[in-house]
Design a protein around this ligand. Structure first.
Ligand code: CP
Length: 289
């Protein structure tokens, strides 16, 4: 079954195949691969981009979409996560899109027999975000080999960082991390922010994940902006062709200043747009196996 939990489960040719299909959709290819199918969108954690772009992708492929709100569901009467997911399988969903705050939530779902596409698990993986990041990078630079990417911010709690670091290294990119000491993770290369500004081809900024920090952040957001916030004047130190990426949601005035969000180097809104094409490709893949 073509589940998608982690890009580590995919070979490079499989990743390329998804990116090529997403690019075809970006260039106007049409598909009704999900005609008469129903896709259930089960988000147990908040989302705007991932949930809505999966829904948009499903509509474009001809599918119907079931939405779900845990706060108004029978989970409020004690139903478990597994029983909730099993219910969506039993009522006839053809594909399940699931986001959950627990790392590897899918290991609790061994008895579910329809494809699951992960919309993110805790601090673990966010495969479709990473695929849309890769698509955006490939559109910009034509490939991956030798590109320098620095991921800046809350590495420790970021499923986007964890997913990207693994796949970007396999694709031959030079990956490093930067940001405050409290968010660093052992085992990953570290670059001082000032050096990253001057050397990275791709500066990927991350949001501080307050929802996972539970008030334990040592640094104030003002200090974060002073030391690691990307201001327009700091962008002037970047290489000529270097670009700025962010998975969003972003916090204007913390990790990124207002006037950088839509500056000429920013690819943030392009990333969001590419999310629909990547999700069309992974839904089509899930239904074809
Ligand atoms: N990038 C991302 O996952 O955004 P959402 O949380 O809005 O889905």
């Amino acid at each position: 079954m073509a589940n998608l939990f982690s890009l580590a489960d995919l070979s490079i040719p499989e990743v390329d195949k998804i990116l090529n299909r997403a690019e075809a959709f970006c260039n106007g290819a049409q598909s009704r691969a999900a005609e008469d199918k129903v896709i259930a969108s089960l988000f147990f954690e908040p989302s705007t981009r991932t949930q809505q772009s999966f829904s948009m992708a499903a509509y474009r492929l001809g599918a119907g979409v079931l939405t779900f709100n845990a706060d108004s569901s029978s989970m409020q009467k004690g139903e478990t996560f597994y029983d909730t997911v099993k219910t969506f399988e039993q009522i006839g969903s053809d594909v399940l899109i699931i986001r959950h705050k627990e790392n590897e939530y899918y290991k609790k779902l061994g008895d579910v027999h329809v494809p699951i596409l992960s919309g993110g698990d805790g601090t673990g993986n966010h495969p479709t975000q990473s695929l849309l990041d890769l698509m955006t990078i490939r559109q910009e630079f034509g490939g991956f080999e030798g590109l320098k990417v620095c991921i800046v911010g809350d590495i420790l709690h970021s499923r986007v960082a964890h997913t990207n670091i693994e796949i970007m290294k396999r694709l031959g990119m030079e990956v490093s991390t930067s940001g405050p000491e409290e968010f660093r993770e052992e085992g990953y290369a570290f670059t001082e922010f000032s050096e990253a500004l001057a050397t990275a081809d791709i500066l990927m900024l991350l949001r501080i994940q307050h929802e996972r920090l539970e008030g334990s952040m040592q640094m104030s957001t003002e200090a974060y902006n002073r030391d690691f916030g990307l201001s327009l004047s700091r962008t002037h130190r970047m290489k000529d062709r270097a670009v700025i990426m962010h998975p969003a949601p972003f916090n204007r005035g913390v990790e990124i200043d207002d006037d950088v969000v839509e500056s000429s180097r920013s690819r943030i809104f392009k990333q969001i747009k590419n999310g629909v094409f990547v999700r069309m490709a992974v839904i089509e893949r899930a239904l074809s196996e």
